[in-house]
Design a protein around this ligand. Sequence first.
Ligand code: RB5
Length: 151
Amino acid sequence: MSEKLIARAGDTVAVASDHAGIALKTMLSKDLESMGFKVLDLGTNDETSVDYPDFGHALAKAVTGGQASAGVVVCGTGIGISIAANRHAGARAALVHDDFTAKMSREHNDANILALGARTVGEEAARGLLKTFFSTEFEGGRHARRVEKLG
Ligand code: RB5
């Protein structure tokens, strides 16, 4: 498989959500396993109301610290948890809503974290976005210079 995919079969992909994202996180975890990834589930794992930053921070630490090659975060809108994840140097969380943004987040931004809103994207659509994200290569070239400037 290509070097420019964010993760290859056998690699670990971390997942995290708040209470609003549990069902989608569970579904996407199964898809990730079917795609050949090991899944590191950082919670939350019950319906008790929790604070999305705790999970966004934990996931970003796992990705930037090398415990996982990439990550998937889910909250109600995907906004809060992606903001939390992006406060970590080296984390590039992309909140995507359609196939185009999922594709561009990889081709142009080399995103290493996929952020989804459980209340904004349907389950089947989210599964498609997951597939696009993990099967799309970073284009490199001029985009590598720009990604480098993200720090
Ligand atoms: C929780 O109700 C909700 O605020 C959270 O899941 C998320 O949408 C925040 O951005």
